[in-house]
Design a protein around this ligand. Structure first.
Ligand SMILES: [Zn+2]
Length: 387
């Protein structure tokens, strides 16, 4: 065997051992020998190397079943972490995510948006650096910082190409993260949420995603991977025309999905989103009350706009649909049924599909952004089957 095939084989074996640890959490030499079909000396060598690089650590001895008790090793999920961050109008949120995608720390700090002031970005950098120092146990632990951006970003993740919501079109990663001192990248927040969806639910193959955040978002998953398309604009359903010449959208055009499907249209003056939905669901139980009638009319119109949007999405990609975002958490089972019924009623075909709610994990978009850095690292560590 040539030396290059020897080293390829060694790498494949090491990935196999690492993958076992990654999937099972812990193992003994004997368990690895029995499951992986590798010799004990080979396993011993890999364990030694993995332990030296901090990827696994001894956790103690197995319970005795007669004879010598076996040493157990465990995967060190926190040997590398990535930081996900999001910048909103009034605050910056950071999450530290380990190699399994678990959030090990998070922090939100109030900073008012001021995209035209360079010191605004310095303030953000200081918040993220402090957060990183607070969790870091050695300098190599942090893979980098990934920003979930409320807008579109360039293919290399270095520049915001469409940032009408925050007024930050053209802002570069240099401006945003110049002082952080870690490798940094940006990702569209809807795509980041979809990445988290895929990471935590490996059964998804094809799906279109609609995020009912205050600013609507969407994403497309095809063949078990995020489909971003040319210009990375796939899934931007928020700017699909729903009502020609209709309400003004923040993109500058009229009649887009966003001004009709945003849950803000349901929130009366001074109301939180949760309160708006509580009031709507109470109105469903007191339909005869005069204030219920107008409230339900608004809600049904909103559901109808969402149903039309889903119908349009499904005319192009006839997949299952995942509904996410803050407002999706407040929809009850009856609302979901009505929505699905309305979508099917709009469809000219005898069709069936699954409409399900997103996993809605806390800070999903921020965790998804961090996974953009975690995923290739895990893939290199464990081989192609992972990440
Ligand atoms: Zn628009």
């Amino acid at each position: 065997m040539s030396s290059s095939s020897m080293s390829r084989l060694k790498r494949a074996n090491q990935q196999q051992v690492t993958r076992y640890f990654y999937e099972h959490g812990s193992a003994t030499k004997q368990e690895l020998e029995a499951t992986l079909g590798l010799s004990l000396p080979t396993i011993t060598q890999h364990l030694h190397e993995l332990e030296n690089s901090g990827i696994i650590a001894m956790t103690g001895l197995n319970d005795s079943t007669g004879g010598r008790r076996a040493q157990r090793y465990a995967f060190a999920s926190r040997v590398r972490i990535a930081i996900g961050a999001s910048i909103r109008r009034h605050q910056v949120t950071c999450c530290a995510v380990d190699l399994h995608g678990s959030t090990i720390a998070s922090s939100t700090q109030g900073i008012a948006l001021n995209a035209s002031d360079p010191s605004y970005y310095q303030e953000i950098d200081a918040v993220i650096s402090n957060f990183a120092h607070g969790i870091q146990s050695n300098e190599h632990q942090i893979l980098g910082v990934a920003f979930a951006i409320q807008g579109l970003v360039s293919a290399d993740g270095q520049r915001i190409t469409f940032g009408n919501i925050m007024g930050d079109t053209g802002v570069t990663i240099e401006q945003l993260a110049g002082d952080i001192g870690y490798p940094s990248t940006m990702i569209h927040d809807s795509d980041a949420s979809a990445m988290a969806e895929l990471w935590f639910d490996r059964t998804i193959n094809d799906a279109t995603l609609l995020y009912l955040e205050r600013r609507i978002g969407g994403a497309v998953i095809m063949g078990g991977a995020l489909y971003r398309g040319r210009g990375l604009t796939s899934g931007t359903v928020e700017h699909m025309t729903l009502v020609p010449h209709g309400r003004l959208c923040y993109c500058g055009h009229r009649g887009c999905v966003d001004p009709y499907c945003s849950p803000e249209t349901l929130m009366h003056r001074g109301e939180s989103m949760e309160h708006a939905f509580v009031t709507i669901h109470q109105a469903q139980h007191h339909r005869d009350r005069t204030d219920s009638v107008s409230r339900l009319r608004e809600f049904n119109r909103w559901l109808d706009h969402i149903a039309s949007t889903i119908t349009n999405m499904r005319m192009v990609i006839a997949s299952d649909v995942i509904l996410g975002g803050e407002a999706s958490r407040f929809l009850n089972e009856d609302d979901m049924q009505i929505l699905k019924h309305n979508v099917l009623a709009h469809s000219p075909f005898a069709d069936s599909f699954t409409l399900k709610r997103s996993l809605c994990i806390p800070n999903q978009g921020i965790v998804g952004a961090a996974l953009r850095l975690i995923s290739p690292y895990v893939k290199a560590l464990c081989g192609e089957a992972h990440g």
